[in-house]
Design a protein around this ligand. Structure first.
Ligand SMILES: Nc1ncnc2c1ncn2[C@@H]1O[C@H](COP(=O)(O)OP(=O)(O)OP(=O)(O)O)[C@@H](O)[C@H]1O
Ligand SMILES: [Mg+2]
Length: 410
């Protein structure tokens, strides 16, 4: 069969998922919309912390709920990532940029009135479609940081004239900044000041980060804990994953055979990032618009390599160079895909020399942030499931992919 020209891949391994392919999370969405967006629309501010491990879909959920909240509850969305922020001043700058920036796939809203005001604010002729100059960001960042609420108030005033009834501000990727005690105070300051104000700004504030980061923030400043409604996001269910693959492939007129579907769902193990990686590989590998088992298998192997190059080869294998460590790693991989394991389980398959190195191994894996101590005695938990999956896939490949001790859960 001749290969037809490929349309655009419906998979987005590195970006928040477009709204039409968003899968699952019905309960979380409902909660954010009813306890958050609807309340804000009615004039009562709300604050959420969306927590979950790396790549689980925090940003996607934030974008998706912003999109829904704009349509259902007339909230104007502002989205910014604090990936590189180190201080409240940086947050001020990020916010200024967010207010001006281009609409992303799921689109923070645009407002002409806000654009015009911002252009005046930073002394530029027009800021449509362009990023704000670095020197303006640097200049204005601190004053915006000192007065986030007045700044947001100015935006609100303008979008209200365009029919919006509140703001939905997402501060994503707070991972770098939570360790600073400033940040917890800063955030609590915003929430409290707004709550106590005679005329609170109808603001839905959403922070996104890992559970560790949330705990770190609380540690720095305990009272911040009560300010947030925590939305924990975990693995997608097999049905949700299947629904996602089905719709994604359907959108480009491709079908998926049942055993291929089973494999892709099984390997994705509830992890949306893996789902997109596997799906994207299958999309490019396929030649006849039907994803069969062989396509899926090749896709899985390809996806594992991509993940591995980024997360495992660069860090884990380079750091843990001794053959004994590698042997322990491979035993660890063979435990399967449950995120938790115990020292005892791992110890069982090891030789005497490997056993002597086990504690060192576990310590180094903790230092590498691959695992952390669990709640139970001698229990450990994988921080990044993708790392676990890659290790597992490497083993699976070594064995021949279909024979390995596969994931049982998914
Ligand atoms: N509900 C979903 N349905 C379909 N795809 C999703 C969903 N959630 C996330 N994804 C996809 O999974 C990947 C990771 O999502 P996202 O970037 O939102 O995760 P994250 O938790 O913000 O990750 P990080 O920790 O890296 O910030 C992306 O490729 C995204 O397109
Ligand atoms: Mg994210």
């Amino acid at each position: 069969m001749t290969q037809r020209t490929k349309s655009r891949s419906p998979f987005y391994p590195g970006q928040p998922v477009p709204v039409d392919l968003f899968a699952g999370r019905a309960a979380e969405i409902q909660r954010i919309l009813t306890r958050g967006a609807a309340q804000v629309q009615a004039g009562k501010p709300a604050a959420f912390f969306v927590e979950g491990e790396y790549g689980i879909g925090k940003s996607s959920l934030a974008r998706f709920t912003q999109w829904r909240a704009e349509r259902q509850h007339k909230l104007f969305g502002l989205y910014t990532t604090l990936e590189t922020a180190e201080s409240p001043d940086d947050i001020g700058a990020a916010l200024l940029q967010a207010a001006a920036s281009e609409s992303a796939p799921l689109g923070p809203s645009r407002s002409e009135k806000v654009m015009n005001w911002l252009a005046e604010y930073v002394g530029e002729q027009t800021i449509f479609g362009v990023t704000i100059h670095a020197d303006a960001l640097k200049r204005e960042g601190p004053s915006i940081a000192r007065g986030i609420l007045p700044f947001l108030g100015e935006i609100h005033k303008r979008v209200r004239e365009e029919g919006y009834e509140g703001l939905f501000l997402v501060l994503d990727e707070i991972n770098g900044i939570t360790a600073s005690s400033n940040f917890a105070h800063f955030i609590k300051g915003i929430v409290d000041k707004n709550a106590l104000s005679a005329e609170p700004l109808p603001l839905l504030l959403m922070l996104c980060g890992t559970g560790e980061r949330r705990r770190e923030m609380i540690q720095r400043h305990q009272p911040v804990e009560r300010r947030f409604d925590v939305v924990h996001i975990g693995a997608l269910t097999p049905a949700e994953m299947e629904d996602f693959f089905q719709r994604a492939f359907e959108s480009v007129s491709m079908t998926v055979e049942p055993d291929a579907m089973r494999l892709m769902v099984q390997v994705s193990a509830g992890f949306p990032k893996i789902m997109h990686l596997v799906g994207d590989n299958a999309f490019w590998i396929d030649k006849d618009s039907v994803i069969d088992h062989e396509d899926a298998l090749q896709a899985v192997i390809g996806a594992a390599e991509e993940v591995g190059k980024k997360y495992v080869d660069q860090q884990v294998y380079k750091t843990l160079r001794s053959p004994d460590y590698h042997a322990i790693l491979s035993k660890l991989a063979r435990l399967g895909l449950e995120p938790r394991f115990t020292r005892k389980q791992l110890e069982q398959g090891l030789t005497e020399t490997e056993r002597r190195k086990l504690d060192n191994f576990l310590r180094r894996m903790r230092d590498l942030n691959v695992i952390r101590q669990g709640d139970g005695r001698g229990e450990y938990v994988f921080n990044m499931r993708m790392v676990q999956l890659y290790l597992w896939l490497c083993e699976a490949q070594a064995d021949g992919p279909t024979q390995a001790n596969g994931p049982t859960r998914a």
